[in-house]
Design a protein around this ligand. Structure first.
Ligand code: HEC
Length: 291
């Protein structure tokens, strides 16, 4: 096992992992099972951006937490969740847990971002069992009731919003269909969408930046960072925000009003100040002289 054991905590966690499956090392270079979790980013003891796989069984041998969830919209009623805290996963496997953020990537290229502040406030858990069952026995998704929610999903033991910016309130990040976890440097991930130009430090631009980190970045990308689910890059949103700010704001508020087939979720709770902060923020990317 090529893991550097940087702290007693990490050592204990890895020993615990190894103890569960004496016959196989904790991380594999190749996928062994469809249910393996892919890991990447800054992995302890490996060159940056290495990819490794960990099995559901090995994850089950890590220190687990269990709780009964009643507010998670992925479930229809009180549900018993067992899994590994993302913080514990980062501590055991990440190269620099103190600066690591955790990024969860889904099979449709949606990404949920867990910066340190979110980890500390909400202690999200990589779900391994639902009501005592492995992924094959999990309920289907709560919206269309036809999708498997495995191989992994993420839940929070309980969720009390920890910040509010204009009318964006901290939202639970509870993706299902998670296939990959990356341990990343928050400064790099959010740095890729830091506002540009002379207005970068303006209050509304900074507010828009914070909101976009938690909302838009799940489905819209900046280069290789951020979600690829929408197929629309930061740059293409910036062009709309700069050239047609009213259309931009209207789309964010209620996509289906302009596009009957829109898949983007609406943000009915966003008031004018919030929409204008997002518009001002995205406009900082739309070329020299803007906004
Ligand atoms: C859950 C995924 C998701 C999130 C989160 C999301 N979008 Fe989108 N967005 C999409 C998809 C998918 C499209 C492509 C058109 C459609 O299906 O709505 C899109 C399209 C758009 C468009 C229209 C582009 C065009 O060509 O007309 C704008 C503007 C936009 N998004 C802005 C945002 C902003 C700003 C945020 C954050 C406040 C955001 N989106 C968050 C998925 C998302």
């Amino acid at each position: 096992m090529r893991l550097s054991l940087k702290s007693p905590m990490a050592f204990a966690a890895i020993l615990f992992v190894a103890a569960g499956v004496q016959s196989s090392p904790a991380l594999h270079e190749k996928r062994l099972h469809p249910s393996d979790l892919e890991l990447s980013g800054a992995l302890a003891g490996l060159p940056p951006d290495s990819t490794r796989y960990i099995t559901h069984d090995v994850l089950m041998a890590m220190p687990l937490v269990s709780f009964t969830e009643s507010g998670d919209t992925n479930f229809t009623g009180p549900t018993k969740i067992t899994g590994v805290r993302l913080e514990d996963l980062a501590r055991a496997l990440g190269a620099s847990p103190a600066s690591d953020m955790v990024v969860a990537i889904c099979d449709d290229e949606y990404r949920a971002n867990y910066p340190q502040a979110y980890l500390a406030a909400h202690h999200p858990v990589l779900v391994l069992e639902v009501d005592g069952k492995p992924p094959a026995g999990w309920p289907k998704d709560s919206q269309e009731h036809k999708f498997d929610m495995g191989p992994y999903m993420i839940s929070n033991p309980k969720f009390t919003p920890s910040f509010k910016i204009l009318s964006h309130e901290d939202e639970p990040q509870i993706p299902w269909g998670v296939v990959r976890i990356e341990f990343r440097d928050e400064k790099v991930v959010f740095g890729a969408i830091a506002p540009r130009g002379p207005h970068a430090q303006d209050r509304d631009v900074q507010d828009g930046f914070r909101i976009a980190q938690q909302n838009c970045y799940r489905c819209h990308n900046s280069g290789r960072e951020g979600g690829q689910k929408s197929g629309q890059s930061w740059q293409s949103l910036a062009v709309i925000a700069g050239a047609a700010p009213q259309d931009f704001a209207a789309y964010v508020h209620d996509p289906r009003a302009s596009n009957a087939k829109a898949q983007m979720p609406a943000n009915p709770q966003y008031d004018d100040a919030t929409l204008s902060a997002l518009t001002a923020y995205f406009s900082t990317f739309s070329g020299p002289g803007k906004p």
